[in-house]
Every structure is written in structure tokens, then in C-alpha cells.
Design a binder for this molecule. Structure first.
Ligand code: GDP
Length: 444
């Protein structure tokens, strides 16, 4: 995801590298690259036009800041505009005063609506909010069964009345049942069609009128690019949505949908789907997405993901160590084991700054292998050496001993130590609020 976009942006920065300051003349080429980048990512044309105009205005008005190169300054402007385009902050799911909170799911067939309904239910359960799923897709018996199966999997009740009842009646009865059972949030899954279809719209509108939902979430497939823009427009005009869930963000979509939805509907993306599994749902954070789009990785998501896996005290300690550059080989080992619990290295690497657009599947496999080697080498270190990586930097004999113990060459150990030190200084830089390679830019 976003690899092509990140690479294109990279060429935009390049046009400004080595310049003294941003000027009308040198900004032209950079803006052209930004425009090209967005169009290639399938961002809707109107959105691109507005975006480029905003960036141009900001860039032309930008004061020269001492110590900040024009390309860095330009990156910061584009970053800020991307964040603004996607809505600044994360907007959580409604939590109505009068229970249950009602969420109506809308979208085309195959976008991942049913899966997203279950993912959302699980997400709520993790926040101690009870959920109930309601199956109103009466056209496909398989859809009802799918929801029942998913419900069992995540231990969330599913309300259904088969395929003979009317969707409006099912939705109303489902909500009444949830109310009686003291359920916090009802998620109403609806029927989709392969394309926008008037019957579907009318039915959706009838259901909406009957149940007055707190949220109408449009489920959009990130792989659909430009079409996502049209879809959002149509659903918003005809039904009125309160937000969107962007699914299949784990695929190789070009990413345009993420940038178009807010601008077109004025409504935020609230969640993204990042896999087929029911756990694969994440709240949408515009700032994190922007840094991911710009190829800066997504350290915050990584930290948060890690926090779900370890106990909080542990994670806080780790964060403090990163900030103070006290991160040692023990922490590294802990992190490595944590990564294994968190899932594949591929998934994790995409979140690390500078890695996102540089690694192929092959390289990632190499990476997994490399991690195992690191583990073996760290296992051969003494307690003191693990706690004080600098000891190793200064002692060839220690490195030789470790190499022999782990069954690798001296060079492998030297490389581990120097890579580790580089990583540590990068982390320290980020901890102090900068981004790697971006100097100490104010506000970033
Ligand atoms: P619906 O017709 O809109 O209800 O779509 P489904 O929920 O049945 O999903 C359609 C297909 O997309 C299924 O094969 C899902 O496993 C898959 N899917 C849904 N969400 C995601 C996602 O975030 N990532 C990936 N890779 N696949 C997804």
C-alpha cells in the first residue's frame, strides 16, 4: 500500500534538494510531481486540484526557517495538508446516551461490509462495549449464515429472522431485542449490490428512516480507487452517511480512496480494514496515515500495536528507554519476541519509517532470517554486554567470542552492533520529536 505514492513524493522532494529556499520557480516542478503522485494513486481529480492549490499557497507563503532545507519544509507542508485533507484527528464511533447506539452499515456487495460489521463488534467488545449484529440481507441466505458464523467466532449475538422477513422489520426487531437485553451497540448489516442500484438505495433509506441510526457507515473497498469517490458521493447524497470504513488497506491498492472520502463527503474515515481476520480493524488516524503515505512509516501504530500485546507498564518502560536512548540488547530481544507475537515481519516492517517502500517479499524473508541470527548472537552475549551495547563497539575480542558462540562470523557481530547503534540513534531522534532524515524541524 502507498509504495508507488511514496516513491512519487520522493521525486517531488528531490526537485527541491540543494536549493537555498522555496521559490515560485523551483516549487513548480515539485508541485507537478505531487499532482502526478496523487493522480496516479487514483485520488479524485477535484480533490487533487484543491490539494495542490492549497500546498502551493502554503509553500509560497512559507517563511524561510533557519536550519531547515526547502525540501524538508515542503515535506512538512505536504504532510500538514495531507493530515488536514483526511480530517486532522481520529473520530471515534458514536457512543449514544440512550442505549443502544445504532450503527447502520452500508455499501456495495463484496466490499467487506459483513466482515467489517463483525470486526466492529469485536472492536467494541474489546472496549467493554457489548454488541449485537443484525442480519438484514434477505436476498442471500449465505449472507445471514456468514454473519452467524462470524458472530460465533467473536462471541457476539446475531439477530436474524431468516430471509422471508422485511429488512425494516428485522432491523426494528433487532434493536428492540438489543434494548431488552441491555446491549450497548447494535450493528445492522444490510444487503449490498454489485453496483449502485436504486432498489438498494430505497431499501437502505427505509431502514434508516425506521431506525434513526446514530451512525451510517459506508464501507468502501480501498482497491476501487476513483470509483470510491463516486460511490461516496452517491451514498452521501442519497442516504447521508456519518463516516466510512475503508477496507482492504492491506492490499496493493494505490491509496486514493483514503484521500478522497473526507473531501467529497465531509465525513471522516473512522476505521480501516487491514486483513481478512476479524481482528484486522484499526481506528483511522489522519496523521499516521499521512506519514505512512509519505513513506515515513508509522511508529505510533507500531507502539500501540505493541501495547496491545505487552502489559502497559512494560511498554511505557520501553518507550521511556527509547526516548532516553537507554534501549539495549535485552529490549531488542524483547521487541523481537514481541514482533513474533504480533504477527509477520512483513506487517510490522511496513510500519517502520523508511522501510515501507524499500522491501520486497524476498527481502522480508531475509529479514526474518536476520532476526533469528540476531537472536542467536544476542543469546551469546553476557548480561553486561546486553545492557551496554557500547562495550561491544569497543572490543573486537568480545565480538569474536560472541561470533564463535553463536556460530557466525566476526563481521556478522560487528554489523549487528553497528546496526543496533544506528537504530538507537534513529529512535532517539524520533523520540525527541524529529523524524529521521528530517533534521529538527519545528512542529514535527
Ligand atoms: P460484503 O459482501 O460487503 O459483506 O463483503 P464480505 O464481508 O463478505 O467480504 C468480501 C471479501 O473481502 C471476503 O473474502 C473478505 O474476507 C474480504 N475482506 C473483507 N475485508 C477485508 C480486508 O480488510 N482485507 C482483505 N484483504 N480482505 C478483506
Amino acid at each position: 500500500m502507498f509504495e508507488a505514492l511514496s516513491e512519487r513524493f520522493e521525486s517531488a522532494w528531490k526537485t527541491l534538494r540543494g536549493q537555498d529556499k522555496i521559490s515560485d520557480a523551483n516549487i513548480k516542478e515539485a508541485l507537478r510531481e505531487v499532482r502526478r503522485a496523487l493522480l496516479e494513486a487514483d485520488v479524485s481529480l477535484n480533490v487533487v486540484k484543491d490539494f495542490v492549490a492549497d500546498v502551493q499557497e502554503k509553500a509560497q507563503g512559507a517563511e524561510v526557517v533557519a536550519g531547515v532545507a526547502p525540501d524538508q519544509q515542503f515535506i512538512k507542508i505536504v504532510y500538514d495538508e495531507l493530515v488536514a485533507l483526511m480530517g486532522d484527528a481520529n473520530e471515534p464511533l458514536a457512543d449514544a446516551d440512550s442505549k443502544p447506539t445504532v450503527v447502520l452499515m452500508a455499501g456495495l456487495q463484496g466490499t467487506g461490509k459483513t466482515t467489517a460489521s463483525a470486526k466492529l463488534a469485536l472492536h467494541l467488545r474489546k472496549q467493554e462495549r457489548s454488541a449485537m449484529l443484525v442480519a438484514t440481507d434477505v436476498y442471500r441466505p449465505a449472507a445471514v449464515d456468514q454473519l452467524i458464523t462470524l458472530g460465533k467466532q467473536i462471541d457476539v449475538p446475531v439477530f436474524e429472522m431468516g430471509t422471508d422477513a422485511n429488512p425494516v422489520d428485522i432491523a426494528k426487531a433487532g434493536i428492540a431485542k438489543a434494548k431488552a437485553d441491555g446491549i450497548d451497540t447494535v450493528i445492522v448489516d444490510t444487503a449490498g449490490r454489485l453496483q449502485i442500484d436504486q432498489d438498494m438505495m430505497v431499501e437502505l433509506e427505509n431502514v434508516k428512516t425506521a431506525i434513526s441510526p446514530n451512525e451510517v457507515l459506508l464501507v468502501v473497498d480501498a482497491m476501487t480507487g476513483q470509483e470510491a469517490a463516486t460511490l461516496t458521493q452517491t451514498f452521501h447524497d442519497q442516504i447521508g452517511i456519518t463516516g466510512a470504513i475503508l477496507t482492504k488497506m492491506d492490499g496493493d491498492a494505490r491509496g486514493g480512496a483514503a484521500l478522497s472520502i473526507r473531501q467529497i463527503s465531509g465525513k471522516p474515515i473512522k476505521f480501516i480494514g487491514v486483513g481478512e481476520k476479524v481482528e484486522a480493524l484499526q481506528p483511522f488516524y489522519p496523521d499516521r496515515m499521512a506519514s505512512r503515505i509519505l513513506g515515513m512509516g508509522d511508529v505510533l501504530t507500531l507502539v500501540e500495536k505493541a501495547q496491545e500485546e505487552v502489559d502497559i507498564a512494560d511498554a511505557e518502560q520501553l518507550q521511556a528507554k527509547i526516548l532516553e536512548a537507554r534501549f539495549d540488547f535485552n529490549d531488542f530481544l524483547k521487541q523481537t519476541r514481541l514482533m513474533k507475537n504480533m504477527g509477520s515481519l512483513t506487517g510490522i516492517m511496513k510500519l517502520i519509517p523508511g522501510m515501507s517502500n524499500k522491501l520486497s517479499a524476498d527481502q522480508l524473508q531475509q529479514g526474518e532470517k536476520q532476526l533469528r541470527r540476531c537472536e542467536a548472537m544476542i543469546s551469546s552475549m553476557t548480561k553486561q554486554e546486553r545492557e551496554d551495547p557500547d562495550l561491544l563497539a569497543n572490543s573486537p575480542s568480545r565480538r569474536r567470542r560472541i561470533a564463535r558462540g553463536a556460530g557466525y562470523g566476526d563481521k556478522d557481530v560487528s554489523k549487528l552492533v553497528s546496526d543496533f547503534q544506528k537504530m538507537r540513534s534513529m529512535m532517539q531522534q524520533m523520540g525527541q520529536g524529529g523524524m529521521p532524515g528530517m533534521g529538527g524541524m519545528p512542529g514535527m
